[in-house]
Design a protein around this ligand. Structure first.
Ligand code: ADP
Length: 407
């Protein structure tokens, strides 16, 4: 019985020990697997970490490049917007797919999608574009646009990025050409105008050299004529300088609020003596309620003095010179009226031209023919107009307008 009990106990203990062993094995196996899996994860984790850092670095590089590109792009676009030259980009088919604002100003609003020929509309400029496409070389052409009268220079270059594409640069040379024409005319007018006084000076000095110098009557007379010619030349030089400064845009007005009557009275004061010496009377007709004008007082005075000077020159003693001002639509109209010899109707439209004189023998004091041209420029700089009305034998009135302050 005891043996049987001991055997049973042994069997029970052996079974329990076996069950525990298998249980532990299973836990160890699971743990090993867990550890193995843990090691793989950490490797993957560290690789992932590296990858993330690389992507992050790449991304910040890319971002910096993108910002750089964006800055360059907006800088380029600002330059193209501000550029006074027109820029057009055409594809291989000759269709325009880019035009800056200056190109729109020069060639019109609808350019995109149109052909180069439709946009530039000038045969010699279109030919330059064709030549560039065929030769692949830069071409330059200048032409005056028939409608706008703009004088353009077109540079056509092949687009290196697009095969068959072209870049067109249009420069407006109108102003430069206008200045060149002014300069050319000026020189030709000047040489023409200098010829007469210089010839006269040469004749006078020759006569003096030939013996008139010792003649008590002729000597002083010739010297006085030389004096007059030299004065006229000096005046011409001064007026030419004035005119060239005005025409080339170097004269800047200093605009201020001025009362019309003040402008008239200050010019009358400066010319009073001269008018009196010529045996003329000077009146001012200026209502006190006139609106204030916006003007450069010194420049307007220069205009008034030119006009009064002419009135004195072309009016016989005993005549009258009247300075007047009256209100107009957003402007004040000024006038210098005389009772002089007047101007023939067919000459009136030309008297504001540079060097134009109605009849060079009409006045003993001579004249350059520049005064009215200078006056016209000065009035137009103010945004006003100038014109003359005249009846031959009765007198002339020169009018000009100035804009009313805030009018
Ligand atoms: P300038 O008086 O020096 O000759 P302007 O340009 O002032 O030159 O005038 C051009 C021409 O217009 C004068 O030569 C003259 O023939 C004519 N003219 C100007 N003002 C008058 C005037 N008040 N009366 C008659 N003719 C005038």
């Amino acid at each position: 019985m005891t043996l049987k009990f001991l055997l049973l106990l042994f069997i029970f203990l052996a079974a329990w020990a076996g069950w525990r062993y298998f249980d532990l094995r299973r836990a160890v196996n699971a743990l090993t697997k867990q550890i193995e899996r843990g090691e793989e994860l950490s490797v993957v984790c560290s690789q992932l970490q590296e990858l993330v850092s690389a992507v992050r670095a790449e991304r910040s590089d890319y971002k910096a490049q993108l910002t750089d590109c964006e800055t360059q792009r907006s800088r380029l676009s600002a330059i193209l917007d501000q550029l006074t030259d027109g820029v057009l980009i055409a594809d291989a088919e000759g269709r325009i797919h880019f035009a800056n604002p200056a190109a729109h100003r020069l060639f019109g609003k609808s350019l995109l999608g149109h052909s180069v020929a439709e946009a530039i509309r000038h045969h010699s400029l279109i030919e330059a574009w064709w030549r560039c496409r065929e030769s692949g070389e830069l071409q330059t052409e200048t032409a005056e646009m028939p409608l706008s009268r703009h004088f353009l220079q077109l540079v056509v270059a092949p687009d290196c990025d697009v095969s068959g594409g072209t870049l067109l640069l249009a420069q407006d040379l109108t102003r430069i050409r206008r200045l060149e024409t002014i300069r050319r005319d000026f020189i030709s007018n000047l040489s023409h105008e200098l010829r007469t006084p210089l010839a006269s000076l040469k004749a006078l000095t020759n006569t003096l050299q030939d013996g008139a110098l010792s003649d008590p009557e002729a000597g002083p007379r010739f010297l006085s004529r030389i004096h007059t010619e030299v004065d006229a030349l000096a005046q011409m030089a001064q007026e030419m300088l004035d005119l060239s400064k005005i025409e080339s845009g170097q004269v800047k007005l200093e605009l201020r609020a001025v009362t019309p009557c003040k402008l008239l009275s200050s010019a009358a004061e400066r010319m009073g003596q001269q008018v009196k010496r010529a045996g003329l009377s000077l009146q001012i007709d200026c209502p006190s309620h006139l609106p204030t004008v916006q003007a450069d007082a010194l420049r307007v005075e220069q205009v008034l003095i030119n006009l009064i000077h002419n009135a004195v020159k072309f009016t016989q003693p005993g005549g009258e010179v009247t300075l007047l001002a009256e209100a107009g639509q957003g402007e004040v109209r000024f006038g210098v009226q005389d009772t002089g010899m007047g101007i023939p109707a067919d000459e009136l439209p030309r008297i504001f031209e540079r060097f134009y004189r109605v009849d060079k023998s009409r006045t003993s004091g001579g004249g350059t023919g520049l005064g009215l041209s200078i006056s016209r420029h000065l009035v137009e700089l103010h945004g006003g107009r100038i014109w003359a009305e005249s009846v031959e034998g009765k007198g002339s009135t020169f009018y000009f307008t100035l804009p009313v302050l805030n009018g």
